[in-house]
Design a protein around this ligand. Structure first.
Ligand code: GDP
Ligand code: IMO
Ligand code: MG
Length: 439
C-alpha cells in the first residue's frame, strides 16, 4: 500500500455491500492525496468513526476526514445535487474544512426529483418481486444515462439545454406514472427553478476528475478509488435483477473516473468476517430467526442509508471466491472480526449443492442461487475479545485459523483485519504474518 510512493489502489466491496469500505478507505486515506468515488450515488452509506464521532457519508468520499486529501466524484457516479449540498453542509457544521477539497466530474449524471419518484413507483409496481432499492433514484438515473436522456453536471452551464432535457424527462416520467395508475406527478418548471438555485454552488465543484487523477499520479500522488455497494450487487456480475445499476467491481473503477485500467496498481477487497445483505434477492448462507437476531444485534446491522435491518448470515466462501476473481483482488481487508468474538462455533460455506449434486461454480442466475444449499464447514470460535488486538500475533490462535480459512476460500491474501469501528482498531498484516508493517 503506497509503500513505494506513488500509486493507485481500488477498494471494492466483495459481498452485498456494507462490508466496511468507509472504515478501510478512511484508514488507507491517511497516506493518500486523492480519494475518488467511481460509481453509485447516495444509495451508499459509508460509516467512518474517528475519536468517538461517527460520520455517515453517502456521496462524499471517505477520505474527507483527513485534512488535505482531495475528494472527487467521478463520471461514473450519479449525484443528487440537494443531497450533496446537504451532506457538505452537515460536514461543515461539524467542523470539517471542505475548501478546495471537493470535485465533481462534469461528466457525472444528475439524480433529479423525477428519478426518485420513478424509483418508488417502479418498486411499488413490482409488488412481491420488488428489489428493495434504497429509493434514492439510482436505477432511473442510470437508465436515463444509458438511454442518452440524462442530464450531466456540465450541462448546467447551458440552462437552455438543461431545460430541454428536464422537460422531456419530466414528460416521460409523468407518462410512466399515468400508465402505472399512480397519482404523483413532477412539475418540470419546479425542478428547473430548484436547479437554478443550486447551479452556482454546484458548478463550482465541476472538474475533470480523470485529468486530476492522471496529473496527481504523474506528480507522485497516491490515489484511492472508493467502491460503493458490493460485487454481488454489480449490474453484470451480481445477483441480477437484485442488484444496483452500476459496475461496482474493480473493472468499473478505471472507467468510472477516467483513467486506464493499467494505472490501477492494487485492488483491495473488503469482506466482513460473516455476510449481510439489505434489500431482496438470494442469499444462500442467510441465518434464520434467532440466530440472525444475535448476529444483527452484535454487529449492529442496520442500514446506514435507510435504517433497514440487514439480513445476516455466515461467511460464504463460494460467493467471495467468485467476486475475488471478477475483481482480480490483490489483497483482502477483513472487517468486523470482533463481532464473532462470543461465538462457540462458526460456520463458513465452502461449497454449494443444487438438487443434492455438488455445484462447482457460483450460479449466474438468481433463481438458481435461490435453490442452492450451502455446504458448511464448522470452525471453533475463539471466545475471546479481539477489539484490543493491533498485530496479527495479538489475535487468538483460533481467530487466526478462521481468518486463514477465509483467505484460502477467497484466494487472495489478507492485508488488513479490522477489529472495531474506530480508526485505530486495525491490524496491518504483513506478507510474513508475524511481522506487521506499520500502517
Ligand atoms: P460500507 O458501506 O461498506 O462503508 O459499510 P457501512 O458503513 O454501511 O457498514 C459497516 C458498519 O460496520 C459501520 O457501522 C462501521 O462503523 C462498522 N465497522 C466497520 N469495521 C468494523 C469492525 O471491524 N468491527 C465493528 N464492530 N464494526 C465495524
Ligand atoms: P454501500 O456503499 C448495501 C442495495 C439495495 C437494493 C439494491 C438496489 O453502503 O455498501 P439501489 O437503490 O442501488 O437501486 O438498490 O442494492 N444497495 C445496497 N446494499 N449497501 C449499499 O451501499 C447499497 N446500495 C444499494 O438495498 O437491494
Ligand atoms: Mg453501507
Amino acid at each position: 500500500m503506497f509503500e513505494e510512493g506513488a500509486g493507485c489502489v481500488a477498494v471494492v466491496g466483495v459481498q452485498w455491500g456494507d462490508e466496511g469500505k468507509g472504515k478501510i478507505v478512511d484508514v488507507l486515506a491517511e497516506r493518500a492525496t486523492i480519494v475518488a468515488r467511481y460509481q453509485g450515488g447516495a444509495n451508499a452509506g459509508h460509516t467512518v468513526r474517528v475519536e468517538g464521532e461517527e460520520f455517515v457519508l453517502h456521496l462524499i468520499p471517505s477520505g474527507i476526514l483527513y485534512p488535505g486529501v482531495r475528494c472527487l466524484m467521478g463520471n461514473g457516479t450519479v449525484v443528487d445535487p440537494w443531497t450533496l449540498l446537504e451532506e457538505m453542509a452537515g460536514l461543515r457544521a461539524r467542523g470539517i474544512d471542505l475548501e478546495r477539497r471537493l470535485g465533481l466530474s462534469s461528466r457525472a449524471h444528475l439524480v433529479l426529483p423525477y428519478h426518485r419518484m420513478l424509483d418508488r413507483a417502479l418498486e411499488a409496481s413490482r409488488g412481491v418481486d420488488r428489489i428493495g432499492t434504497t429509493g434514492r433514484g439510482i436505477g432511473p438515473a442510470y437508465r436515463d444515462k444509458v438511454n442518452r436522456t440524462g442530464l450531466r453536471v456540465g450541462d448546467l452551464r447551458d440552462p437552455g439545454r438543461a431545460a430541454e432535457v428536464v422537460r422531456a424527462a419530466c414528460s416521460a416520467a409523468n407518462d410512466t406514472m399515468e400508465r402505472l395508475e399512480l397519482d404523483d406527478r413532477v412539475d418540470p418548471e419546479e425542478v428547473l427553478e430548484a436547479l437554478e438555485a443550486v447551479r452556482p454552488s454546484f458548478l463550482e465543484l465541476a472538474t475533470d476528475v480523470g485529468q486530476e487523477i492522471r496529473d496527481g499520479l504523474g506528480e507522485g500522488g497516491r490515489v484511492l478509488l472508493e467502491g460503493a455497494q458490493g460485487s454481488l450487487l454489480d449490474i453484470d456480475h451480481g445477483t441480477y435483477p437484485f442488484v444496483t445499476s452500476s459496475t461496482t467491481t474493480a473493472g468499473g473503477a478505471a472507467a468510472g473516473v477516467g483513467i486506464g485500467p493499467t494505472m490501477i496498481d492494487e485492488v483491495i477487497g473488503v469482506v466482513k468476517a460473516y455476510t449481510t445483505r439489505v434489500g431482496n434477492g438470494p442469499f444462500p448462507t442467510e441465518l434464520p430467526g434467532e440466530e440472525a437476531e444475535r448476529l444483527r444485534s452484535l454487529g449492529d446491522e442496520f442500514g446506514a442509508t435507510t435504517g433497514r435491518p440487514r439480513r445476516p448470515g455466515w461467511f460464504d466462501g463460494v460467493a467471495v471466491n467468485f467476486a475475488a476473481g471478477v475483481n482480480g483482488l490483490t489483497g483482502l481487508a477483513v472487517t468486523k472480526l470482533d463481532v464473532l468474538d462470543s461465538f462457540r462455533e462458526l460456520q463458513v460455506a465452502v461449497g454449494y449443492t443444487l438438487e443434492e449434486e455438488p455445484l462447482a461454480r457460483f450460479p449466474d442466475s438468481a433463481a438458481e442461487l435461490e435453490r442452492v444449499r450451502p455446504v458448511y464447514e464448522r470452525l471453533p470460535g475463539w471466545e475471546e475479545d479481539t477489539t484490543g488486538a493491533r498485530r496479527w500475533d495479538d489475535l487468538p490462535e483460533l481467530a487466526r485459523g478462521y481468518l486463514e480459512r477465509l483467505e484460502q476460500l477467497a484466494g487472495a491474501p489478507i492485508q488488513w483485519v479490522s477489529v472495531g469501528q474506530a480508526r485505530r482498531q486495525i491490524i496491518r498484516v504483513g506478507p510474513s504474518r508475524g511481522v506487521p508493517i506499520a500502517g
